[in-house]
Design a binder for this molecule. Structure first.
Ligand code: PGA
Length: 246
């Protein structure tokens, strides 16, 4: 399995930031993990051109339909056409800001595959859910509802992102991360059999240079989905280096 360092630029980035991609590639010309950046959709084509296949480029969302009267939305085929090979789906900010539920996320994943994109399906508990001891149950429900039956290690990546850890500088303890990742692996095994071992399970939520190596050393952690620390080549490059060394 090739591990995956994925960066999510969220609603950040203008063409003036594209040199970060050039700098990242120059600093890490042949990492032993896959490297992906997901810029805002306005930058997908330009970033793919800049990256020239040296790193992968992805979208942050797509519509479940291939085309049609959906003003402001973007289809998976459009992302693919612009040079994307991945798309993040069901990020907690989409779930919270746009009311996206599991059934919609599932439909988007199926649309992503039709277009030839790899779906990164995000799950994660809120702080109240963790405090109530519901973390594994919540994630189990999200996995059951958001991951389509057609998922495979080739077309799907799962990202565990505790909502309360995103952009806060707070992370679960290492045993807490390991517990959730083991539970996700077990649920995938129950559903998909032997192929579950090949699914890449990313941890996301306040991954930094300072904590990346210890998180990457955990069993069933096959990479990271990184927000704030993916914007600068120097920050993200350190995380790429940590994953390459893991
Ligand atoms: P963060 O975001 O690294 O800034 O916490 C992670 C994410 O939302 O993917």
């Amino acid at each position: 399995m090739r591990k995956l360092a994925a960066g999510n630029w969220k609603m950040n980035g203008l063409t003036a930031q594209l040199p970060e991609v050039t700098a990242l590639i120059a600093a890490h010309p042949s990492p032993s993990c896959d490297v992906l950046l997901c810029p805002p959709s306005t930058l997908v084509a330009a970033m793919a051109s800049t990256a020239a296949g040296r790193i992968a480029v992805g979208g942050q969302d797509c519509h479940p339909k291939a085309s049609g009267a959906h003003t402001g939305d973007i289809s998976a085929a459009m992302l693919k056409d612009a040079g994307a090979s991945y798309v993040i789906l069901g990020h907690s900010e989409r779930r919270a800001d746009h009311g996206e539920g599991d059934a919609l996320v599932r439909a988007k994943a199926e649309a992503a595959w039709v277009a030839g994109l790899i779906a990164i399906i995000c799950v994660g508990e809120t702080e109240a859910e963790r405090d109530a001891g519901k973390t594994l149950a919540v994630i189990g429900t999200q996995l059951a509802g958001s991951v389509p039956d057609g998922a495979s290690s080739a077309n799907t990546v799962i990202a565990y992102e505790p909502v309360w850890a995103i952009g806060t500088g707070r992370t679960p303890t290492l045993p807490e991360i390991a517990e959730v990742h083991a539970d996700i692996r077990a649920r995938l095994t129950a559903r998909f059999g032997a192929d579950a071992a090949g699914f890449r399970l990313l941890y996301g939520g306040s991954v930094r240079q300072s904590n990346a190596a210890e998180i990457f050393a955990l069993p069933n952690v096959d990479g990271a989905l990184v927000g704030g620390a993916s914007l600068k080549a120097s920050d993200f490059g350190a995380i790429v280096a940590a994953l390459s060394a893991a």
